[in-house]
Design a protein around this ligand. Structure first.
Ligand SMILES: C[S@@+](CC[C@H](N)C(=O)[O-])C[C@H]1O[C@@H](n2cnc3c(N)ncnc32)[C@H](O)[C@@H]1O
Length: 238
């Protein structure tokens, strides 16, 4: 995809800033992956000062949803091996990187934030995997050609969650499988999920006593209605 020149320049500046100021650190719960991550000395505020369109730097941190989904893919590589994967809302790129390491034939990492695209590119190179970055809001269009969509931590905002849910419905209609990793954010579409696994992973800004994060299959309205009580999503798991 050809980007407007100005966007290409922003991504270039972001790459320089990230590689200079965000140290490469091991990822908690995912020793297979290293990421550029913001630390106290990174000075992200300098980026915000230079760029009036700077949005919250989700790409500079790790999130429960991405961590749990990356762990799940690395523990079960057959889920994505030999398949085309779309990492929707890629942030740092952690989910796409895990998918590529697990043997996906193609990984597209989509995000609306040019800084996330820059971070994903750098992090992919750092972890020696190939990822195709896509700077666009896919929720406004048709699903791309892919076999499985992996969504890490994208249900933190009501309007976004509604849009993402509608988009994922179109994906199911096209025969695309959908996996979600999430630490039980407020706008998770519970009625559309089947819990597959749970892991205790850290989450940016959360206390250690938080509930385990979940991996969910996103299912059609009808198949969720046909599920029995044993799959009802409640906490605690007793
Ligand atoms: C909380 S972060 C999660 C990042 C990563 N998936 C993870 O779990 O570490 C959410 C990411 O979704 C991106 N995002 C928000 N709205 C989006 C949209 N409509 N399409 C694609 N990405 C979006 C944000 O820019 C941000 O990078």
């Amino acid at each position: 995809m050809k980007l407007p020149r100005e966007w290409g320049q922003r991504i270039g500046r972001a790459r320089n800033f990230i590689s200079t100021n965000l140290p490469v650190l091991p990822v908690p719960s995912i020793p297979e992956i290293r990421l550029h991550r913001a630390g106290p000395q990174s000075g992200l505020w300098r980026l915000a000062e230079q760029d009036p369109e700077f949005s919250p730097p989700y790409w500079a941190h790790y999130w429960g949803g991405g961590l749990v989904l990356a762990r799940y893919l690395l523990d079960g590589p057959h889920i994505v091996a030999g398949r085309r994967v779309l990492d929707l809302g890629a942030g740092s790129g952690i989910v796409g990187i895990a998918a590529a390491k697990a043997g996906a034939t193609e990984v597209i990492a989509a995000d609306v934030d040019p800084y996330a695209i820059a971070a994903t590119g750098l992090n992919a190179a750092l972890n020696e995997v190939t990822i195709k970055p896509l700077l666009t809001d896919l929720t406004k269009g048709k699903p791309p050609a892919t076999d499985i969509i992996c969504v890490g931590d994208l249900f933190y905002d009501a309007a976004l969650a509604e849009r993402v849910t509608g988009f994922l419905d179109h994906c199911l209609e096209q025969g695309i499988e959908v996996l979600i990793g999430d630490p039980w954010r407020a706008h998770l579409p519970h009625s559309r999920l089947r819990l597959l696994a749970e892991y205790i992973v850290p989450d940016f800004g959360a206390s250690a006593s938080s509930r385990p994060s979940g991996i969910f299959a996103f299912v059609s309205k009808t198949s969720r209605q046909n599920l029995g009580d044993e799959t009802r999503l409640t906490w605690p798991w007793v």
